[in-house]
Unconditional design. Sequence first.
Length: 101
Amino acid sequence: MNQSRIYAVLAILGIVIPYYFLIGFLMRNGFRISLLTDRLFATSSSTFLVIDIILIAVVVLIFIISEGTKQKVPYLWVPVLGMFIAGPSFSLPCFLYLWKE
């Protein structure tokens, strides 16, 4: 399997796996954002993970925009928008796929 295909598979998994758990949560609890945020920040270890992922997302977004602009990566808006919809688990492999294609 070539590098581009690996990045494409990782981008798909980066949407499917996190959304699997989010949809399960929403089906059990309804669309209650306050409950979701309460659970995300319920313990210091979960808060650590949330803050770490937010910081990763900021760094990856800066990297995608700066390198994507310099390298003239096509469809750069896809991983940028994807960062806000799916997060870094989709956005980074999507960017790498577009960069290598």
